[in-house]
Design a protein around this ligand. Structure first.
Ligand code: SF4
Ligand code: SF4
Length: 352
């Protein structure tokens, strides 16, 4: 059954979510800075813009997360874990690329060998309300990476903005718990046709030309290539691209000691930092930006597919939009393709 939520009912609907659960949704922190944040009041939520600057991964793997606290009690130490998630959670307004990215994080944090209990608890507690992208940006290339602006996979509920209302699809068991919601009404045929038309238009707008197919094998031949001498040249190593990437998941663990106790914290880290790979001896196997840029590209398009059978890029375009020097990952992928063609011809590539 296709349902709809009239926009005049959006605020009461949001309030009902806040009453029942911790609600996370896009919030405008400053002009152009949209992030997912825990919502206290319905009027904080901004569903009118395109994708958020920071990805939805933060709800599952926070930028800074306390793993446990300890306190001195006489000669003993008392340790308190922070693993438990106390309330149910709902995340609203997640774009299909970010939902695809969460499924990639699942491969890492909920893998066959290891389960990250912090991530697992956040995942289990959360209902995901996906939001179709009616107006993909020129930097979006999700349709090249196996996704699409209307991909429902991974969403529990899926919203399509029709202007005056949202078309609502209930897709999973968690989604079906909303079936009896007083805020949802049955959608009529005109509204369903309008949603289809918006979807067709959006699909035509997304870039399907980025050549990711076969990239793992192409990169196998390029580990020692002069390609990397050129590809990293622009990059100033600011790490913005990795922090804003919905699939990047590296973290560092630190103990923060105070006089009578302390806490263990894990924080997002980035392979583009020189300290990331520096060993205690002082030796650094990735001493320059060249090796670090190679690591970033190889991890997404060669090592991750080798480990999990999928590339670790969902084409969200954030790394293109927010890079201060306009490093364009689509161009880097294209260059691997041009290089391959040259290799096949037995010539030496002049690209990039
Ligand atoms: S955002 Fe751009 S400049 Fe900064 S590390 Fe990434 S590629 Fe380099
Ligand atoms: S590499 Fe860039 S385009 Fe791909 S998922 Fe990460 S931020 Fe998005």
């Amino acid at each position: 059954m296709n349902l709809k939520l009239d926009k005049k009912d959006l605020k009461p609907f949001l309030q009902s979510l806040i009453d029942e659960a911790d609600l996370f949704a896009p919030v405008q922190l400053a002009e152009g800075v949209l992030v997912f944040k825990k919502i206290d009041r319905p009027d904080e939520v901004d569903l009118s813009s395109s994708n958020t600057q920071k990805p939805a991964k933060e709800v599952f793997s926070p930028q800074s997360e306390t793993m446990f606290r300890y306190e001195k009690a006489g000669k003993q130490h008392q340790v308190t874990s922070t693993e438990e998630v106390e309330r149910k959670r709902v995340i609203l307004g997640v774009r299909p690329c970010d939902i695809q990215a969460v499924s990639l994080l699942d491969e890492v944090f909920l893998g066959k060998e290891y389960t990250d209990s912090y991530y697992l608890n956040n995942r289990n507690a959360t209902t995901m309300i996906g939001m179709a992208c009616g107006h993909p940006l020129s930097t979006c290339f999700c349709s090249s990476t196996g996704g699409g602006p209307f991909l429902r996979k991974g969403s529990d509920l899926f919203f399509i903005d029709l202007g005056e209302s949202f078309l609502v699809e209930l897709l999973t068991e968690k989604g079906m718990t909303f079936q009896k919601s007083n805020f949802f009404k049955e959608a009529n045929t005109e509204e369903i046709s309008l949603a289809k038309a918006i979807e067709e238009k959006a699909l035509k707008k997304t870039d399907t030309s980025v050549p990711v197919e076969g990239i793992e094998k192409r990169l196998d031949l390029m580990v020692e290539s002069s390609f990397w001498d050129r590809v990293h040249e622009k990059c100033i190593g600011c790490r913005v691209c990795t922090y804003l990437c919905p699939t990047c998941h590296c973290f560092d663990i630190m103990d923060e000691a105070l006089t009578h106790g302390g806490q263990r914290v894990r924080n997002w880290d980035s392979c583009l930092s020189s300290l990331y790979s520096q060993e205690t001896s002082g030796h650094n196997p990735r001493p320059t930006n060249r090796e670090r840029t190679r690591q970033r590209i190889m991890h997404k398009f060669n090592y991750f597919p080798k480990n999990f059978g999928r590339i670790a890029c969902v084409g969200c375009g954030r790394c293109i939009l927010y890079c201060p020097v306009q490093f364009d990952i689509r161009q880097a992928i294209n260059w691997t393709s041009a290089k391959r063609l040259k290799l096949q011809r037995g010539g030496r590539s002049t690209n990039p």
